[in-house]
Design a protein around this ligand. Structure first.
Ligand code: HEM
Length: 177
């Protein structure tokens, strides 16, 4: 089978859906959730954050499966071997980061009994999430992921508008050849 010009349409759909949900959870977590006092009014935003986070985790697992089982375009090139290696590494780190955020989020939820308090009848949040070790991992990873996402978007724009190699069409719909 020859190398396709684009990614599998399922992968394209999951990519853009995850990108939207991921950026939403990163921004809402960093600028809103983290600053809300752990009172009753936090239950609804926390429930949305956890639901979106779990959805991202499931979509990422499906995405890795689709990526490994369908043909993909060749790695993009910038003309610089080091930058090309950084590009490949960034993609691996984005997958790992998405999995790590989902898993550490589930870690906080299980350590803090959030499935009962947020989705069940208990309704009481712990005073401080930082008594749970997973909360630190989740926070550090989230900050690293903000930088990685910015690098990823910057690189895509560099390809598209400086190198003008039409890179974005690979993550779009259309004929694969
Ligand atoms: C990939 C998906 C996720 C992203 C992008 C994400 C992002 C974030 C961010 C940016 C923060 C604030 C961190 C900080 O600046 O210190 C945060 C906090 C938090 N997240 Fe997530 N998260 C995800 C998944 C989850 C999941 C699956 C759960 C639980 C099931 C979860 C539960 C929490 C909790 C409990 C907090 C602490 C809020 C607080 O300190 O008040 N997250 N998340």
């Amino acid at each position: 089978m020859s190398t396709p010009k684009r990614y599998n349409p399922w992968l394209v759909t999951i990519h853009w859906l995850t990108a939207l949900l991921f950026i939403l959870n990163l921004l809402a977590g960093t600028f809103v959730l983290k600053w809300l006092p752990n009172e009753a009014a936090k239950i609804t935003p926390l429930a949305s954050h956890m639901t979106i986070g779990i959805l991202i985790l499931v979509l990422t697992l499906v995405r890795i499966f689709v990526r490994l089982t369908t043909p993909a375009p060749a790695h993009a090139t910038t003309g610089n071997a080091l930058l090309d290696k950084i590009g490949i590494l960034t993609h691996y780190l984005l997958y790992l980061g998405a999995l790590g955020l989902g898993i550490s989020g589930l870690g906080i939820a299980s350590q803090a009994g959030l499935f009962q308090s947020v989705f069940g009848a208990a309704g009481q949040l712990p005073e401080d999430f930082y008594v749970f070790p997973a909360r630190y991992g989740h926070g550090y990873l989230a900050n690293a992921l903000i930088l990685l996402v910015l690098l990823h978007i910057g690189a895509a724009l560099f390809h598209q508008f400086v190198r003008k190699d039409g890179l974005l069409s690979r993550m779009g719909y259309g004929k694969s050849q």
